[in-house]
Design a protein around this ligand. Structure first.
Ligand code: A3P
Length: 344
């Protein structure tokens, strides 16, 4: 078996029989996906609509279907869920650092977050674990990971496997205000388009598609609302975080995250040692974006790590969107969230 650090997912080659069986299963999923509505995608491959949400096709295409059938949660699992561009990379780093702080103190010289991108430490289920095309016919050995296991997902709450509701792992969700999410997504899209030798997409086009709910997995508003409602109904299972609030008061929210995950900071010892501040510093945009691993390498889902770091600022969308675009997004957001108690 491949030697991996214990916190990192290990993949093993499939036997011939497993490979054949898997091929059959994935062929069936691909056939289902082929019957679903599609539209032109963001960076080359089409997007398809499944259970009301749009997903990128290509290597990840069957991921959500496979997760629904095959993911076996443990009650101790932690899922980092997010809307893409909502602060996923940051939240994954924070959650990993908090959960593993005993074995990997945040001040350690060789902390895993200094060596690996957080997407490799907290792999997205539907992209990195349950998309066999991408894994090159290797099985992720999730069963040998010590508890608490840590996974990421962009799947909407309503599409998470039934087993997640039954087994009640903890879900930490992050989102961000509509305008910054759109502008961050647009920049990300153009980095991906450039990697695929495609012309940049105009902001107007990205805006139009975003408003029509076609980000992946969008609609943005329905994604956010799904987790918001779940956090009200099952607060012990779903923690709902906003990027802007985390930027404003990182220590407060880091403590909330630790408590929610069942590993609160011990006020006397850890506060004296400054563990909270060390984690915030370790996971800061300035620190992570300047690491060699995040400047030059790719993560396991094939994305260059650098595309996940741009500015990390609140309100940068005002430098790109016209007043009319800002008004329109505010109007849609207000209308969609009406009566929910949520504001972004
Ligand atoms: P901007 O494009 O506005 O800079 P995601 O991780 O969900 O893909 O979101 C990416 C956004 O989070 C980008 O926003 C990126 O710069 C920002 N980001 C990445 N790492 C961060 C960190 N450690 N702290 C704060 N923001 C971060």
């Amino acid at each position: 078996m491949a030697q991996n650090p214990p916190y990192k997912i290990c993949f093993v080659p499939r036997s011939k029989e497993e490979e054949e069986e898997d091929e059959k299963i994935y062929k069936r999923y691909s056939e289902i996906v082929a019957t679903l509505p599609t539209k032109e995608g963001w960076w080359g491959k089409p997007i398809y609509q499944y259970q009301g949400f749009w997903y990128n096709s290509g290597a990840f295409g069957v991921g959500p279907l496979a997760v629904q059938d095959h993911f076996k949660p443990r009650p101790t699992d932690v899922l980092v869920a997010s809307i893409p561009k909502g602060g996923t990379t940051w939240l994954k780093s924070l959650v990993f650092a908090v959960l593993n702080r005993k074995s990997h103190p945040p001040s350690a010289q060789h902390h895993p977050l200094l060596i690996f991108n957080s997407h490799d430490l907290v792999p997205v289920m539907e992209m990195m674990l349950y998309s066999n095309i991408l894994n090159g016919n290797r099985i992720p050995r999730l069963d040998i990971l010590p508890s608490p296991r840590l996974f990421g997902t962009h799947m909407p709450y309503t599409s998470l496997p039934q087993s997640v509701a039954l087994s009640s792992p903890r879900i930490v969700y992050i989102c961000r205000n509509t305008k910054d999410t759109l502008v961050s997504w647009w920049h990300f899209t153009n980095k991906m388009r450039s990697n695929n030798s495609l012309e940049p997409m105009e902001l107007e086009e990205a805006f139009d598609r975003f408003c029509k709910g076609m980000t992946s997995p969008g609609p943005f508003w329905e994604h956010v609302l799904g987790y918001w409602k779940a956090s009200l109904e099952r607060p012990q299972n779903v923690l709902f975080l906003k990027y802007e609030q985390m930027v404003d008061e990182p220590a407060l929210h880091l403590k909330r995250i630790a408590e929610f995950m069942g590993c609160p900071f011990s006020s006397i010892e850890e506060e004296k040692e400054g563990v909270v501040d060390q984690i915030i510093k370790l996971c800061s945009f300035e620190n992570l974006s300047n690491l060699a691993v995040n400047k030059t390498e790719e993560n396991g889902s094939g994305f260059p790590n650098r595309v996940f770091f741009r500015q990390g600022k609140v309100g940068d969308s005002a430098n790109y969107l016209s007043p009319e675009m800002m008004d329109q997004l505010d109007r849609i957001t207000k209308q969609k969230f009406h009566g929910s108690g949520l504001t972004l």
